[in-house]
Write a protein that binds this ligand. Structure first.
Ligand code: G3H
Ligand code: 13P
Ligand code: ZN
Ligand code: NA
Length: 320
């Protein structure tokens, strides 16, 4: 059934694991993600961005998720990813979502609190939970990232006031992750003994300081794709061009999941998997033009990625 995240997060917090929040945009993604979670008996968050709602349209997204729930008996939350304003959040709350994010992190502290509280008041009156955000995730196009980093991290001294004044149910924080497939420039990384680029560690000291101030409170990690090197390689060797694509190493995510982080957002890895499957198929079978043939391979990669995350990164296998 479609449920909120309260119980999921409580169990995840106590069990030192995290729930995967996967972005959905079409049928193949919904099927790949939910089939994997069902086979591994893992709780699941399906999230739709404004872009997803524009592309697939809200009615289709809702029915795709309902179709998955008809096939699988699985605890699933349907969540609005990066809600930009009250109206979008209200629309989703009225339209059957069980969780919404209001992302007012780009505003001042006071304006963030005011908008977040407005959404919380409406959501809670309708039995829906809310995720807020404090701190700014680094932008991939931002060349002055390194210098700007310190100012963008979540400030632990602000979290208690933000949570108590807004009433938000979970909090997304900035500790060094970022959105997309280019999370670090090669210059920000070091090379290990095998010559592989290794990004800087996440700021676990900040996560710890936040967790200390918010006991038993679920923290959310955005921008948490690993940008799976295997899929980047397949894309690049089948006509793609994604040089220097790099994400968050899995050991960093495992560590975050064992701590106060209860929700880990993953979109880019699904995009890479789908694209790798389609590109590889097209190279191997240039005569194919039936979309079912190549989309099937993309969907299979999504299944494999989600199964891998549940087992080896999130730790949510068997927790449904
Ligand atoms: O955080 C961003 C998510 O990856 C969604 O991306 O807005 O292109 O759908 P999108
Ligand atoms: P990635 O781009 O790392 O997959 O992050 C997704 C995300 O944070 C969605 O809100
Ligand atoms: Zn995000
Ligand atoms: Na956790």
């Amino acid at each position: 059934p479609l449920i909120g995240t309260t119980e999921m997060f409580k169990k995840a917090y106590e069990g030192h694991y995290a729930i995967g929040a996967f972005n959905i945009n079409n049928m193949e993604i919904v099927q790949g993600v939910t089939d994997a979670a069902a086979d591994l008996h893992s709780p699941l968050i399906l999230q739709a961005s404004a872009g997803a709602r524009k592309y697939a349209r809200p009615t289709y997204l809702r029915h795709l998720v309902e179709a998955a729930l008809e096939e699988h008996d699985l605890p699933v939350a349907l969540h609005l990813d990066h809600g930009a304003d009250f109206e979008t959040c209200k629309d989703c709350i009225d339209g059957g979502f069980t969780s919404v994010m209001i992302d007012a992190s780009k505003y001042s502290f006071e304006d963030n609190i005011a908008l977040t509280k407005k959404v919380v008041d409406y959501a809670h009156a309708h039995g829906v939970v809310v995720e807020g955000e404090l701190g700014k995730l680094a932008g991939i196009e931002d060349d002055v990232r390194v210098a700007a980093d310190e100012a963008m991290y979540t400030r632990p001294e602000e979290v208690e006031e933000f949570v108590s004044r807004t009433g938000v149910d979970s909090l997304a924080i900035a500790i060094g992750t970022s959105h997309g497939a280019y999370k670090f420039t090669p210059a920000q990384c070091r090379r290990n003994a095998d010559g592989v680029l290794v990004p800087p560690d996440l700021r676990f000291d900040i996560l710890e300081a936040i967790a200390k101030r918010l006991p038993d409170y679920p923290i959310v990690l955005h921008g948490a794709s690993s940008v799976v090197p295997e899929y980047v390689k397949i894309i690049n060797s089948n006509g793609g061009k994604m040089p220097d694509a790099i994400g968050i190493p899995e050991d960093q995510l495992r560590k975050a999941a064992s701590m106060a982080v209860c929700k880990i957002n993953i979109d880019s890895d699904l995009r890479l998997g789908l694209t790798a499957g389609v590109r590889q198929h097209m190279t191997a079978h240039p005569e194919h033009f039936d979309p079912r043939e190549y989309l099937k391979d993309g969907r299979q990669n999504i299944y494999d990625i989600v199964a891998h995350k549940i087992k080896y990164v999130l730790g949510s296998e068997g927790k449904a």
